[in-house]
Design a protein around this ligand. Structure first.
Ligand SMILES: NC(=O)c1ccc[n+]([C@@H]2O[C@H](COP(=O)([O-])OP(=O)(O)OC[C@H]3O[C@@H](n4cnc5c(N)ncnc54)[C@H](OP(=O)(O)O)[C@@H]3O)[C@@H](O)[C@H]2O)c1
Length: 264
């Protein structure tokens, strides 16, 4: 497959590297105005360019890894070369209908919402393609994002929710781990050991859920002995608003998505 990624920033470069790793045979180009910042990609066999139009012309699949407010401008710039191609946007808050307004060519469009774990090929990517897109195109896009983690297909109306839970979710979990570390240091561990214990414990907990398909609360039951220290700590966390803070934070993030469409 010949893939062009427009926008060689955090996500664009990580996707290019993950994809090249999984499919060394794919031909990948990443574009960026300050292309000198990503010439290191060439060592991995990834082409870099400042020329969006020429890079789109040779591609079968075009991925837009630019900021939401840049989508319309870049789509108009590459429009004439998009005929018959697949275009997938990673931008937060820009819907398929809005993308279509900037495109006159007959092409297939979709959206993908990965998270930054794609650089270690551990993303969870939510995907949607416009109604009527053939299975063949869906499979191609699916294989690109499966190269950097897991893929789930969702209804477009859930895309902002997917952004919050999956993409912002990385930050929520990082803050949780930092909180565990701070508690661990207070009860005696040095920072490095506390981080190791906290991060491996989070990995272990999510591996249990993924591998065994159990419900989180049934796993809590397994470690909360009556009158024990785990339930005492958990209940105190809930008295202090633990779950409530998380739920409210998720709602706040969700309400802010509209603002991300504005230029910085
Ligand atoms: N970060 C996340 O966790 C996350 C998760 C899911 C989705 N997203 C979405 O993914 C998109 C990219 O996010 P990011 O974090 O990778 O942003 P980023 O690091 O700012 O990358 C955007 C890149 O686009 C390049 N660019 C800007 N205009 C361009 C143009 N006309 N042609 C070619 N390249 C251009 C910029 O470089 P130059 O200025 O040098 O051109 C920059 O490197 C955003 O829309 C974001 O909403 C992000």
């Amino acid at each position: 497959m010949n893939v062009t990624i427009i926008g060689g920033g955090n996500l664009g470069t990580a996707l290019a590297l993950g994809l090249k790793d999984a499919y060394p045979g794919h031909s990948i180009t990443v574009t960026k105005r300050r292309v000198e910042q990503i010439t290191y990609l060439m060592d991995q066999g990834i082409a870099v360019s400042t020329d969006n139009i020429a890079s789109v012309e040779k591609a079968e699949v075009v991925i837009l890894a630019i900021k939401p407010y840049q989508i319309a401008k870049v789509l108009k710039e590459i429009d004439e070369k998009l005929r018959g191609k697949i275009v997938v946007s990673l931008a937060t808050g820009v819907g398929l209908e809005e993308m279509r307004k900037s495109i006159s060519s007959n092409c297939k469009i979709g959206r993908a919402m990965p998270n930054t774990a794609l650089r270690l090929r551990q993303s969870l990517t939510c995907m949607v393609m416009a109604e009527g897109t053939e299975d063949n195109a869906r499979q191609k896009v699916n294989s690109i994002f499966e190269a950097v983690g897991e893929v789930i297909w969702i209804d477009e109306k859930l895309f902002d929710a997917a952004t919050v839970l999956g993409a912002c979710g990385i930050a929520y979990v990082m803050r949780f781990i930092r909180g565990m570390m701070q508690g661990g240091i207070q009860i005696g561990f040095d920072a490095d050991t506390a981080l190791k214990i906290a991060s491996q414990t989070v990995l272990g907990a999510s591996t249990i859920l993924k591998e065994e398909g159990t419900h989180p609360e049934s796993e809590v039951d397994k470690v909360t002995t009556p009158r024990g220290c785990t339930i005492a700590g958990l209940n105190e966390m809930e008295h202090q608003g633990f779950s409530s803070a998380l739920i409210k934070g998720i709602q706040y993030s969700f309400a802010e998505i509209e603002n991300m469409k504005q230029p910085e």
